[in-house]
Design a protein around this ligand. Structure first.
Ligand code: MGP
Length: 376
Protein backbone atom coordinates (compact mmCIF):
# COMPACT_ATOMS: atom_id res chain seq x y z
CA UNK A 1 0.00 0.00 0.00
CA UNK A 2 1.32 3.41 -0.95
CA UNK A 3 0.95 6.76 0.76
CA UNK A 4 -2.55 7.84 1.63
CA UNK A 5 -4.09 11.29 1.64
CA UNK A 6 -6.43 11.63 4.61
CA UNK A 7 -9.84 12.93 3.71
CA UNK A 8 -11.00 16.24 5.14
CA UNK A 9 -11.96 15.59 8.76
CA UNK A 10 -10.39 12.12 8.79
CA UNK A 11 -8.41 11.56 11.92
CA UNK A 12 -6.36 8.59 13.03
CA UNK A 13 -7.32 7.54 16.56
CA UNK A 14 -4.76 7.70 19.34
CA UNK A 15 -3.52 4.20 20.08
CA UNK A 16 -1.49 2.37 22.70
CA UNK A 17 1.74 4.00 21.45
CA UNK A 18 0.43 7.51 22.03
CA UNK A 19 0.96 8.81 25.56
CA UNK A 20 0.26 11.83 27.63
CA UNK A 21 2.49 11.29 30.66
CA UNK A 22 1.43 13.17 33.76
CA UNK A 23 3.76 11.66 36.39
CA UNK A 24 7.48 11.10 36.26
CA UNK A 25 6.95 7.52 37.37
CA UNK A 26 5.14 6.69 34.12
CA UNK A 27 7.86 8.07 31.90
CA UNK A 28 10.47 5.70 30.39
CA UNK A 29 13.89 6.62 31.81
CA UNK A 30 15.43 7.66 28.51
CA UNK A 31 12.81 10.34 27.87
CA UNK A 32 12.55 11.70 31.40
CA UNK A 33 14.92 14.55 30.53
CA UNK A 34 12.55 15.64 27.76
CA UNK A 35 9.46 15.21 29.91
CA UNK A 36 10.97 17.64 32.44
CA UNK A 37 11.17 20.16 29.58
CA UNK A 38 7.64 19.36 28.38
CA UNK A 39 6.30 22.92 28.71
CA UNK A 40 9.12 24.34 26.64
CA UNK A 41 8.45 21.65 24.06
CA UNK A 42 4.67 22.23 23.97
CA UNK A 43 3.44 25.21 25.91
CA UNK A 44 0.01 23.57 26.12
CA UNK A 45 1.36 20.19 27.16
CA UNK A 46 -1.16 20.00 29.96
CA UNK A 47 -4.00 20.31 27.47
CA UNK A 48 -3.62 16.64 26.59
CA UNK A 49 -0.64 16.78 24.22
CA UNK A 50 0.26 13.24 23.16
CA UNK A 51 3.56 11.85 21.90
CA UNK A 52 4.94 8.47 21.00
CA UNK A 53 8.02 7.59 23.05
CA UNK A 54 10.35 8.02 20.09
CA UNK A 55 8.84 11.37 19.10
CA UNK A 56 10.18 12.98 22.29
CA UNK A 57 13.76 12.86 20.97
CA UNK A 58 13.10 14.72 17.74
CA UNK A 59 10.18 17.04 18.39
CA UNK A 60 11.07 20.71 17.86
CA UNK A 61 10.50 22.82 20.99
CA UNK A 62 7.67 25.29 20.46
CA UNK A 63 9.68 28.55 20.74
CA UNK A 64 12.13 27.22 18.16
CA UNK A 65 9.34 25.97 15.89
CA UNK A 66 7.60 29.34 16.19
CA UNK A 67 10.75 31.19 15.29
CA UNK A 68 11.44 28.94 12.32
CA UNK A 69 7.85 29.41 11.10
CA UNK A 70 8.38 33.16 11.25
CA UNK A 71 11.78 33.08 9.58
CA UNK A 72 10.62 30.76 6.83
CA UNK A 73 7.54 32.78 6.06
CA UNK A 74 9.64 35.84 5.21
CA UNK A 75 12.77 34.19 3.86
CA UNK A 76 13.64 34.84 0.20
CA UNK A 77 13.47 31.09 -0.55
CA UNK A 78 9.75 31.40 0.25
CA UNK A 79 9.11 34.35 -2.07
CA UNK A 80 6.07 33.46 -4.18
CA UNK A 81 5.61 30.15 -2.40
CA UNK A 82 2.12 29.28 -1.18
CA UNK A 83 2.38 25.54 -0.47
CA UNK A 84 4.52 24.16 2.31
CA UNK A 85 5.32 20.45 2.35
CA UNK A 86 6.61 19.12 5.68
CA UNK A 87 8.31 15.84 4.80
CA UNK A 88 8.56 14.50 8.37
CA UNK A 89 5.48 15.71 10.21
CA UNK A 90 6.39 13.84 13.42
CA UNK A 91 4.22 14.68 16.40
CA UNK A 92 3.43 18.08 14.91
CA UNK A 93 6.01 20.36 16.55
CA UNK A 94 6.84 22.27 13.36
CA UNK A 95 3.69 21.83 11.36
CA UNK A 96 1.52 23.29 14.13
CA UNK A 97 3.72 26.40 14.18
CA UNK A 98 3.44 26.67 10.39
CA UNK A 99 -0.32 26.30 10.61
CA UNK A 100 -0.53 29.05 13.23
CA UNK A 101 0.84 31.30 10.51
CA UNK A 102 -1.41 29.71 7.94
CA UNK A 103 -2.48 33.06 6.56
CA UNK A 104 0.91 32.88 4.92
CA UNK A 105 0.30 29.51 3.23
CA UNK A 106 -2.54 28.37 1.00
CA UNK A 107 -1.82 24.80 1.89
CA UNK A 108 0.35 23.00 4.42
CA UNK A 109 0.94 19.32 3.76
CA UNK A 110 2.27 17.14 6.59
CA UNK A 111 3.60 13.71 5.71
CA UNK A 112 4.20 11.11 8.39
CA UNK A 113 5.01 7.45 7.97
CA UNK A 114 4.23 6.16 11.45
CA UNK A 115 0.52 5.81 12.08
CA UNK A 116 0.71 6.39 15.85
CA UNK A 117 2.94 9.47 15.42
CA UNK A 118 0.51 10.85 12.85
CA UNK A 119 -2.37 10.25 15.28
CA UNK A 120 -0.43 12.26 17.90
CA UNK A 121 0.26 15.07 15.40
CA UNK A 122 -3.41 15.33 14.48
CA UNK A 123 -4.47 15.25 18.10
CA UNK A 124 -1.90 17.92 19.02
CA UNK A 125 -2.96 20.06 16.06
CA UNK A 126 -6.49 19.87 17.40
CA UNK A 127 -5.27 21.09 20.80
CA UNK A 128 -3.78 24.09 18.99
CA UNK A 129 -6.95 24.56 16.91
CA UNK A 130 -5.20 24.02 13.60
CA UNK A 131 -6.21 20.47 12.67
CA UNK A 132 -8.17 21.57 9.59
CA UNK A 133 -5.46 23.90 8.40
CA UNK A 134 -3.21 20.97 7.62
CA UNK A 135 -3.48 18.42 4.81
CA UNK A 136 -2.41 15.09 6.26
CA UNK A 137 -0.67 12.34 4.35
CA UNK A 138 0.12 8.96 5.88
CA UNK A 139 3.11 7.39 4.19
CA UNK A 140 6.74 7.53 3.24
CA UNK A 141 7.73 11.03 2.16
CA UNK A 142 10.15 9.72 -0.47
CA UNK A 143 7.29 7.87 -2.14
CA UNK A 144 5.14 10.97 -1.93
CA UNK A 145 7.89 13.06 -3.55
CA UNK A 146 8.29 10.49 -6.34
CA UNK A 147 4.59 10.83 -7.05
CA UNK A 148 4.91 14.60 -6.77
CA UNK A 149 7.50 14.70 -9.54
CA UNK A 150 5.44 12.37 -11.70
CA UNK A 151 2.30 14.43 -11.37
CA UNK A 152 3.45 18.03 -11.08
CA UNK A 153 4.83 20.23 -13.80
CA UNK A 154 3.85 23.73 -12.83
CA UNK A 155 2.21 26.19 -15.13
CA UNK A 156 4.92 25.91 -17.76
CA UNK A 157 4.53 22.17 -18.14
CA UNK A 158 1.89 19.53 -18.35
CA UNK A 159 0.11 20.24 -15.10
CA UNK A 160 -2.76 18.07 -14.01
CA UNK A 161 -3.23 16.44 -17.41
CA UNK A 162 0.37 15.37 -17.46
CA UNK A 163 -0.03 13.96 -13.98
CA UNK A 164 -2.92 11.85 -15.04
CA UNK A 165 -1.10 10.70 -18.13
CA UNK A 166 2.00 9.90 -16.15
CA UNK A 167 0.01 7.69 -13.86
CA UNK A 168 -1.84 5.79 -16.51
CA UNK A 169 -1.10 2.14 -16.34
CA UNK A 170 -0.24 2.24 -12.67
CA UNK A 171 -2.58 0.11 -10.70
CA UNK A 172 -3.23 2.33 -7.76
CA UNK A 173 -5.75 2.25 -5.03
CA UNK A 174 -8.25 5.05 -4.62
CA UNK A 175 -6.15 6.46 -1.79
CA UNK A 176 -3.26 7.06 -4.12
CA UNK A 177 -5.46 8.51 -6.80
CA UNK A 178 -6.68 11.10 -4.36
CA UNK A 179 -3.12 11.92 -3.37
CA UNK A 180 -2.10 12.15 -7.02
CA UNK A 181 -5.03 14.47 -7.61
CA UNK A 182 -3.81 16.73 -4.83
CA UNK A 183 -0.21 16.66 -6.05
CA UNK A 184 -1.18 17.23 -9.67
CA UNK A 185 -3.05 20.34 -8.62
CA UNK A 186 0.04 21.90 -7.01
CA UNK A 187 2.02 24.43 -8.98
CA UNK A 188 5.66 23.53 -8.85
CA UNK A 189 6.78 27.13 -8.61
CA UNK A 190 4.59 27.68 -5.54
CA UNK A 191 5.94 24.76 -3.47
CA UNK A 192 8.48 24.82 -0.68
CA UNK A 193 9.78 21.91 1.40
CA UNK A 194 10.54 21.78 5.10
CA UNK A 195 12.28 18.70 6.47
CA UNK A 196 13.12 17.81 10.03
CA UNK A 197 14.41 14.28 9.44
CA UNK A 198 15.54 11.73 12.01
CA UNK A 199 19.22 12.21 12.82
CA UNK A 200 19.94 8.62 13.73
CA UNK A 201 19.34 8.91 17.47
CA UNK A 202 21.02 11.02 20.11
CA UNK A 203 24.55 9.82 19.31
CA UNK A 204 24.77 12.75 16.86
CA UNK A 205 25.94 14.72 19.91
CA UNK A 206 29.17 12.73 20.13
CA UNK A 207 30.47 14.05 16.81
CA UNK A 208 32.37 17.29 16.78
CA UNK A 209 31.33 17.88 13.20
CA UNK A 210 28.26 15.93 12.12
CA UNK A 211 28.80 14.05 8.90
CA UNK A 212 25.56 14.53 6.96
CA UNK A 213 26.49 11.83 4.48
CA UNK A 214 26.20 9.32 7.33
CA UNK A 215 22.94 10.59 8.76
CA UNK A 216 20.57 7.66 9.38
CA UNK A 217 18.27 6.50 7.94
CA UNK A 218 18.34 9.22 5.25
CA UNK A 219 21.39 11.29 4.46
CA UNK A 220 21.56 14.85 3.17
CA UNK A 221 21.94 13.82 -0.44
CA UNK A 222 18.86 11.61 -0.32
CA UNK A 223 16.83 14.47 1.13
CA UNK A 224 18.06 16.91 -1.49
CA UNK A 225 17.42 14.41 -4.26
CA UNK A 226 13.84 13.91 -3.12
CA UNK A 227 13.31 17.62 -3.78
CA UNK A 228 14.93 17.48 -7.21
CA UNK A 229 13.08 16.53 -10.35
CA UNK A 230 14.39 13.10 -11.40
CA UNK A 231 16.09 12.94 -14.79
CA UNK A 232 13.44 10.61 -16.18
CA UNK A 233 10.72 13.13 -15.40
CA UNK A 234 12.27 15.97 -17.38
CA UNK A 235 10.19 16.71 -20.39
CA UNK A 236 11.76 16.45 -23.80
CA UNK A 237 8.86 18.28 -25.36
CA UNK A 238 9.05 21.20 -22.95
CA UNK A 239 12.58 22.60 -23.02
CA UNK A 240 11.36 25.43 -20.80
CA UNK A 241 11.02 23.02 -17.88
CA UNK A 242 14.39 21.41 -18.50
CA UNK A 243 16.36 24.29 -17.12
CA UNK A 244 13.84 25.70 -14.72
CA UNK A 245 11.84 24.62 -11.69
CA UNK A 246 13.79 21.43 -11.18
CA UNK A 247 14.63 21.83 -7.53
CA UNK A 248 12.25 22.81 -4.80
CA UNK A 249 13.54 25.31 -2.26
CA UNK A 250 14.04 23.62 1.07
CA UNK A 251 14.50 24.45 4.72
CA UNK A 252 16.36 21.59 6.38
CA UNK A 253 16.40 21.18 10.16
CA UNK A 254 19.72 19.52 10.98
CA UNK A 255 22.10 18.89 13.88
CA UNK A 256 23.71 22.11 15.14
CA UNK A 257 27.23 20.89 14.36
CA UNK A 258 26.40 19.71 10.82
CA UNK A 259 29.22 19.95 8.32
CA UNK A 260 28.50 23.23 6.56
CA UNK A 261 30.82 22.30 3.71
CA UNK A 262 28.52 19.41 2.85
CA UNK A 263 25.54 21.75 2.82
CA UNK A 264 27.42 24.30 0.71
CA UNK A 265 28.45 21.57 -1.74
CA UNK A 266 24.81 20.95 -2.64
CA UNK A 267 24.67 24.07 -4.75
CA UNK A 268 27.14 24.80 -7.51
CA UNK A 269 29.34 27.84 -7.71
CA UNK A 270 27.43 30.90 -8.75
CA UNK A 271 24.14 29.63 -7.34
CA UNK A 272 22.27 31.79 -4.85
CA UNK A 273 23.70 31.80 -1.34
CA UNK A 274 22.55 29.47 1.39
CA UNK A 275 21.54 30.83 4.76
CA UNK A 276 22.27 28.73 7.81
CA UNK A 277 20.65 29.81 11.04
CA UNK A 278 21.40 28.37 14.46
CA UNK A 279 18.34 28.24 16.73
CA UNK A 280 19.24 28.54 20.39
CA UNK A 281 17.54 28.19 23.72
CA UNK A 282 19.19 29.42 26.89
CA UNK A 283 22.24 30.38 24.86
CA UNK A 284 22.82 26.90 23.46
CA UNK A 285 22.03 25.87 19.92
CA UNK A 286 19.35 23.20 19.56
CA UNK A 287 19.69 22.77 15.82
CA UNK A 288 20.37 24.66 12.63
CA UNK A 289 18.17 25.26 9.64
CA UNK A 290 19.72 25.48 6.19
CA UNK A 291 17.61 27.57 3.82
CA UNK A 292 18.37 26.22 0.37
CA UNK A 293 17.10 28.08 -2.67
CA UNK A 294 15.54 26.02 -5.44
CA UNK A 295 15.94 26.38 -9.20
CA UNK A 296 19.68 26.57 -9.16
CA UNK A 297 19.61 26.01 -12.91
CA UNK A 298 17.34 28.96 -13.28
CA UNK A 299 18.39 31.65 -15.67
CA UNK A 300 20.61 34.48 -14.52
CA UNK A 301 17.71 36.89 -14.21
CA UNK A 302 15.96 34.72 -11.63
CA UNK A 303 19.16 34.25 -9.67
CA UNK A 304 19.85 37.97 -9.71
CA UNK A 305 16.36 38.61 -8.46
CA UNK A 306 16.84 36.13 -5.59
CA UNK A 307 20.15 37.66 -4.56
CA UNK A 308 18.63 41.12 -4.64
CA UNK A 309 15.69 40.04 -2.50
CA UNK A 310 18.00 38.30 -0.08
CA UNK A 311 20.24 41.35 0.15
CA UNK A 312 17.27 43.65 0.69
CA UNK A 313 15.76 41.44 3.36
CA UNK A 314 19.04 41.12 5.17
CA UNK A 315 19.63 44.87 5.05
CA UNK A 316 16.11 45.43 6.33
CA UNK A 317 16.74 43.00 9.20
CA UNK A 318 20.02 44.68 10.03
CA UNK A 319 18.46 48.15 9.98
CA UNK A 320 15.36 47.24 11.78
CA UNK A 321 14.65 43.89 13.40
CA UNK A 322 10.94 44.21 12.71
CA UNK A 323 9.68 41.72 10.15
CA UNK A 324 6.23 41.00 8.82
CA UNK A 325 4.95 38.90 11.66
CA UNK A 326 2.20 36.48 10.79
CA UNK A 327 -0.91 36.87 12.85
CA UNK A 328 -1.10 34.84 16.05
CA UNK A 329 2.61 34.19 16.29
CA UNK A 330 4.39 35.71 19.24
CA UNK A 331 6.82 38.52 18.62
CA UNK A 332 10.45 37.69 19.01
CA UNK A 333 11.47 38.51 22.55
CA UNK A 334 13.51 41.67 22.91
CA UNK A 335 16.38 39.62 24.28
CA UNK A 336 16.38 37.65 21.05
CA UNK A 337 16.92 40.71 18.90
CA UNK A 338 19.73 41.82 21.13
CA UNK A 339 21.32 38.40 20.90
CA UNK A 340 21.56 38.54 17.12
CA UNK A 341 25.10 37.82 16.24
CA UNK A 342 25.48 37.62 12.51
CA UNK A 343 28.49 36.97 10.40
CA UNK A 344 28.91 36.17 6.77
CA UNK A 345 31.05 33.48 5.28
CA UNK A 346 31.19 32.69 1.62
CA UNK A 347 28.21 30.39 1.93
CA UNK A 348 26.63 30.80 5.28
CA UNK A 349 25.12 33.35 7.52
CA UNK A 350 24.90 32.27 11.10
CA UNK A 351 22.47 34.01 13.37
CA UNK A 352 22.03 33.11 16.96
CA UNK A 353 18.60 33.71 18.38
CA UNK A 354 17.73 33.14 21.99
CA UNK A 355 14.06 32.26 21.98
CA UNK A 356 13.97 30.95 25.53
CA UNK A 357 12.22 33.93 27.01
CA UNK A 358 9.40 34.16 24.50
CA UNK A 359 6.59 35.69 26.45
CA UNK A 360 4.34 38.50 25.39
CA UNK A 361 0.80 39.70 25.35
CA UNK A 362 -0.15 37.64 22.30
CA UNK A 363 1.06 34.48 23.91
CA UNK A 364 -0.80 35.17 27.13
CA UNK A 365 -3.93 35.91 25.11
CA UNK A 366 -3.60 32.61 23.29
CA UNK A 367 -3.14 30.81 26.58
CA UNK A 368 -6.30 32.36 28.00
CA UNK A 369 -8.22 31.44 24.86
CA UNK A 370 -6.98 27.89 25.04
CA UNK A 371 -7.80 27.60 28.72
CA UNK A 372 -11.33 28.86 28.28
CA UNK A 373 -12.05 26.51 25.37
CA UNK A 374 -10.55 23.64 27.39
CA UNK A 375 -12.84 24.37 30.32
CA UNK A 376 -15.95 24.52 28.14
P1 MGP B 1 19.03 16.97 22.19
O1 MGP B 1 19.71 15.83 21.56
O2 MGP B 1 18.16 16.67 23.32
O3 MGP B 1 20.14 18.01 22.58
O4 MGP B 1 18.23 17.69 21.04
P2 MGP B 1 20.21 19.00 23.82
O5 MGP B 1 18.86 19.55 24.14
O6 MGP B 1 21.27 19.96 23.51
O7 MGP B 1 20.65 18.03 24.95
P3 MGP B 1 22.00 18.00 25.71
O8 MGP B 1 21.75 16.95 26.74
O9 MGP B 1 23.06 17.62 24.74
O10 MGP B 1 22.18 19.37 26.27
C1 MGP B 1 18.16 19.06 20.83
C2 MGP B 1 17.08 19.30 19.83
O11 MGP B 1 17.43 18.70 18.63
C3 MGP B 1 15.74 18.69 20.20
O12 MGP B 1 14.99 19.59 20.94
C4 MGP B 1 15.12 18.43 18.86
O13 MGP B 1 14.46 19.59 18.43
C5 MGP B 1 16.30 18.20 17.97
N1 MGP B 1 16.52 16.79 17.67
C6 MGP B 1 17.16 15.89 18.40
N2 MGP B 1 17.18 14.72 17.73
C7 MGP B 1 17.80 13.49 18.19
C8 MGP B 1 16.54 14.90 16.55
C9 MGP B 1 16.27 14.07 15.43
O14 MGP B 1 16.58 12.89 15.36
N3 MGP B 1 15.62 14.66 14.40
C10 MGP B 1 15.24 15.97 14.44
N4 MGP B 1 14.62 16.47 13.39
N5 MGP B 1 15.47 16.76 15.48
C11 MGP B 1 16.13 16.23 16.53
Amino acid sequence: MGPKLLKKGEKFPLDENCHHYTKLGEVPWDIQKYWHQRFSIFEFYDYDIHLTDSAWFGVTPEPVATRIARDLSTHPIADGKRVLIDLFGGAGGNVIAFALSSGRWDRIIAIEKDRSTLACAQHNAEVYDVLDKITWVHGDCFEVMKRFWKTTRGTKGRGREGGEAANKGQEQEDDNEELDGLLAGLKLEECLVFASPPWGGVSYRDQEVFDLSKMEPYNLEQLYKACTMPEEEKEEEHPSTQKQKQILPQALFLPRQSDLNQIAALVPEGAPKIDVIQYCQKGASKALVAYLPGNIDADKEEKKQYDENRGQKKRKQDDDQEQTIPELLPEAPKEASEAYDAYDTSYAQDIEVDTSKADNAEKRKRKRRRRSSHNN
